[in-house]
Design a protein around this ligand. Structure first.
Ligand SMILES: Cc1ncc(COP(=O)(O)O)c(C=O)c1O
Length: 383
């Protein structure tokens, strides 16, 4: 089946009890047993829930994975993968990762004896040089948040295989509609489903998808043992979002191309970062491992933090808020907002400057979005 068909049907047979076309929200914590230990496969909702099961099956199929696991947040999904590691293990990670990913690595798992080397993984040799005999995971985010740098997934997966490590890809920014890391050799995908997969800024969730049964069994054990599972209603919301993922992503991409083109020609803009612009240094890699791009654009405004602040106070349709991937356009300042958990020197080393602004281009009409940015530039300059 094609992507759009799987998004609507995978894991979602009509309900066996009632024929309900939409998977019901099984809002129950527990399940009746006929006799001790004799039940219908469901004992307790942290361990199994039919709404979650349907979401897991659907999301896994969109990633071309055999197994899916849903979580209460993207961070819970990342935590779950890190639970695979033991004291002494080592991780090579992309340096430009989401701030919360950096924080859980450095401030949670490091204290348990897991070590991390952060590298600019746009250059595959940096990953290769950081691998040691103890490396168990190569962690990549591509495109990265917020600098939209790309990592060659095929190459990273090849290096991981050679080192006997897992290649884990945070696919939140691209979505499986545009990028399928498992097909390119990666071992595990994680998502913040809070973003494009949910798509409507009304739910926080996470996901892991993979093909290897042994790794899946371990992750499933930790999912239940640690307990970061999503509620049934949240699973329903993510699943409803998945149904329209394809059409939404096509439009996010179309709108973002128009907005990126506008920004590129604007005199108040120092530089625009969008992988589908020819000016992006990894445009060729983008075309080789992605079939399009989501609505994420970063740009640097001339005039640093003061210019950025004035501009961000003037936008009207773009909402100044953290997060991304919803139908509404959002705008934010990574250094002060989403990436404040990175130490200033790390931010600066990675290129998250004080003039950097990140856009999540939504599904409004692109003319209105461009007019909004235009008026914000004009009134920020007039201040
Ligand atoms: C790329 C990426 N990964 C993971 C996360 C964490 O997800 P959540 O906020 O759902 O816990 C985020 C959140 O912004 C993100 O942008």
């Amino acid at each position: 089946m094609h992507f759009e068909t799987k998004a609507i049907h995978a894991g979602q047979e009509p309900d066996s009890a009632t024929g309900a076309v939409i998977v019901p929200i099984y809002q129950t914590s527990t399940y009746a047993q006929e006799s001790p230990g004799r039940h219908k496969g469901y004992e307790y909702t942290r361990s199994q829930n039919p709404t979650r099961k349907a979401l897991e099956a659907c999301a896994a199929s969109l990633e071309n994975g055999k197994y899916g696991l849903a979580f209460a947040s993207g961070m819970a999904a990342i935590n779950n993968v890190m639970n695979l590691l033991s004291a002494g293990d080592h991780v090579v990670s992309t340096d430009d990762v989401y701030g919360g990913t950096y924080r859980i690595f450095e401030r949670v798992f490091r204290q348990y004896g897991i070590s991390y080397t952060f590298v600019d993984s746009t250059k595959t040799e940096n990953i290769r040089n950081a691998i040691t005999a103890k490396t168990k995971v190569i962690w990549i985010e591509t495109p990265t948040n917020p600098l939209l740098k790309l990592v060659d997934i095929r190459e990273a997966a090849r290096l991981a295989k050679k080192a006997g490590a897992l290649c884990v890809v945070d696919n939140t920014f691209a979505t499986p509609f545009f990028q399928k890391p498992l097909d390119l050799g990666a071992d595990v995908i994680v998502h913040s489903t809070t973003k494009y997969l949910g798509g409507h800024s009304d739910v926080v969730g996470g996901l892991a998808a993979l093909n290897d049964e042994a790794v899946y069994q371990k992750l499933k054990f930790y999912q239940n043992a640690v307990g970061g599972t999503p509620g049934p209603f949240d699973c329903f919301l993510v699943m409803r979002g998945l149904k329209t993922l394809g059409v939404r992503m096509e439009r996010h991409f179309k709108n973002a191309l128009k907005v990126a083109g506008f920004l590129e020609g604007h005199p108040a803009v120092e530089k625009v970062v969008f992988p589908w612009l020819e000016s992006h240094p990894q445009h060729e890699l983008a075309k080789s491992q992605m079939s399009g791009m989501s609505g994420m654009i970063s740009f640097e405004i001339k005039g640093g933090i003061e210019a950025a602040r004035r501009f961000l106070e003037k936008v009207r349709i773009f909402t100044l808020a953290e997060s991304l991937g919803g139908v509404e356009s959002l705008i934010e300042h990574p250094a002060i907002m989403t990436h404040a958990s990175l130490p200033k020197e790390v931010r600066e080393k990675n290129g998250i400057t004080d003039g950097l602004i990140r856009l999540s281009v939504g599904l409004e009409h692109p003319v209105d979005l461009i007019e909004d940015l235009e008026q914000a530039f004009a009134s920020a300059a007039g201040n």
